[in-house]
Design a protein around this ligand. Structure first.
Ligand SMILES: Nc1nc2c(c(=O)[nH]1)N[C@H]1C(S)=C(S)[C@@H](COP(=O)(O)O)O[C@H]1N2
Ligand SMILES: [Mo]
Length: 447
């Protein structure tokens, strides 16, 4: 028996209002209120079944329920860990809703392979309408002045003509950690959660480009996606970035149609995305429509300094740096997360505390990992595993014992294969707030 199609409306209510609203706010509205989606009616009449569901979810009666504006989502829900957030996502913290940007709290990045529901979202423009993202009619154009035979492939052709590869790949926004810079840099105030490492499946960009002929003068590729500029102006791209040929032709650089063996989530680029693991994720174009092979550094939107550029030399916080003194970000720096336990826990004295997380280092590997419970005075070496493939994060774990009761911080620090360590305090200030790879730290109370 197929239970899925056998749900009565009361089953739907037992799902919980958060989920109902997250999945389909309009449907939820219709289910709960005695009305169609008439946004002009200021007050609605809560159906008795709807009231029951709401009261159950809130855990208290609603004396003035009959005065509630139709479609009102109770403010009480905003106090839960999982607000009526984003369809297909769970527990993400929304930093901006236009364009939609949301990050993942560290304890929700505990999985070795990041599940779709916990992958952050970073949009520069307007998310394409799901109806315009039909995999059956999707095409990818390969063109540009350094492409010998420009070609348009259907998604089906990409899948049938080219060998499939799967890799777990690091996708981290260049601005991850921006919130810690002072003076503050403008842009999304990411803390630690603009990062993920899902498994992608697709064709190698190299195979596809080689099938179209790469001219000798090729130096760069650039992508174009189907999302519109925030202004809605169809003559502008929301973002169109790229990478040098050396990165484009790496084994792991994919034109991906699947994430974790499923369709790529709508917000993360369905039905096709470029993935350049280990580089600022702005190079991993979503809703991928076109790739150009260029005879110069790609000049699409957000390629010019100061976007995704950092000073060529260290500068004092707050310095105005001329554009010509900035250089484009390539590989992301060494960084790590403590994904277990969640910050703020209490733990009994005398019982060892297991801690774990992930570490990554852009194009490099992480070579060593350390944890400290005394604010970085002494460091204990943690167990560190090799990556499942190049450009995937590595897992670390350790066990900590505490000398007495009280407040502690656990600090975690990765060192890459070239001996570069994460800094304990905020990394080099830069005008746009990129590449903060400072140590992640969490609080624990030993009782
Ligand atoms: N078409 C398109 N691709 C894009 C973006 C975008 O806004 N549009 N944002 C980029 C940036 S800045 C980042 S950090 C990543 C975020 O990927 P995610 O939303 O799947 O987490 O996508 C990149 N690719
Ligand atoms: Mo980004």
């Amino acid at each position: 028996m197929d239970n899925k199609n056998n749900k009565s409306p009361s089953d739907k209510h037992s799902k919980g209002l958060h989920e109902l609203y997250a999945e389909d706010p309009i449907k939820a509205d219709e289910l709960l209120w005695n009305r169609k989606t008439d946004k002009s009616s200021r007050r609605g009449f809560l159906k008795s079944s709807g009231l029951l569901a709401m009261v159950t979810a809130i855990g208290a009666s609603i004396p003035f329920s009959k005065n509630m504006p139709a479609g009102l989502i109770p403010a009480a829900f905003a106090q839960t860990d999982e607000p009526f957030a984003i369809s297909g996502k769970e527990g993400l913290v929304v930093l901006n809703d236009r364009p939609l940007n949301a990050e993942t709290p560290p304890h929700l990045l505990d999985d070795e392979i990041t599940p779709a529901k916990h992958m952050f979202v970073r949009n520069n423009g307007l998310v394409p309408d799901i109806k315009s993202l039909d995999p059956a009619s999707w095409t990818l154009e390969i063109a540009g002045e350094s492409c010998a035979s420009p070609t348009v492939f259907t998604l089906a052709e990409l899948k049938s003509r080219f060998k499939h590869y799967s890799y777990q790949l690091m996708v981290e926004c260049g601005g991850n950690g921006r919130s810690e810079f002072a003076p503050a840099a403008s842009g999304n105030q990411w803390t630690t959660g603009a990062v993920a490492c899902p498994k992608y499946t697709g064709a190698r960009l190299r195979d596809v480009l080689e099938a179209c002929g790469i001219k000798d003068d090729a130096v760069y590729i650039g992508y174009y996606g189907a999302d519109l500029h925030l202004s809605g102006d169809t003559s502008k791209e929301s973002i169109s970035r790229g990478v040098p040929m050396s990165k484009a032709l790496e084994d792991e650089t994919l034109i991906a149609w699947a994430m974790n063996d499923e369709d790529i989530p709508l917000l993360n680029g369905h039905p096709l995305r470029l993935v350049c693991g280990g580089w600022p994720a702005s190079t991993s174009g979503k809703w991928l429509k076109k790739i150009v092979v260029r005879d110069k550094i790609h000049d699409g939107n957000k390629m010019a300094s100061p976007a995704y550029h950092v000073p060529k030399y260290p500068v004092a916080p707050g310095t105005q740096v001329p554009n010509e003194d900035m250089e484009i970000i390539t590989s992301m720096p060494v960084r790590s997360l403590i994904t277990f336990p969640k910050t703020g826990i209490t733990h009994p004295l005398g019982k060892p505390l297991a801690v774990r997380g992930h570490a990554w280092a852009g194009d490099l590997e992480v070579a060593e990992f350390y944890v400290s419970i005394d604010f970085g005075i002494t460091w204990q070496k943690a167990e560190l595993r090799a990556p499942v493939n190049r450009l995937a994060w590595q897992h670390w774990h350790s066990e900590l014992t505490f000398p007495e009761k009280g407040y502690y911080e656990i600090w975690a620090r990765a060192v890459d294969s070239e001996g570069e360590s994460q800094p304990m305090v905020v990394a080099g200030w830069n005008p746009k707030g990129y590449l903060n790879n400072a140590c992640h730290r969490i609080a624990v109370q030993i009782v």
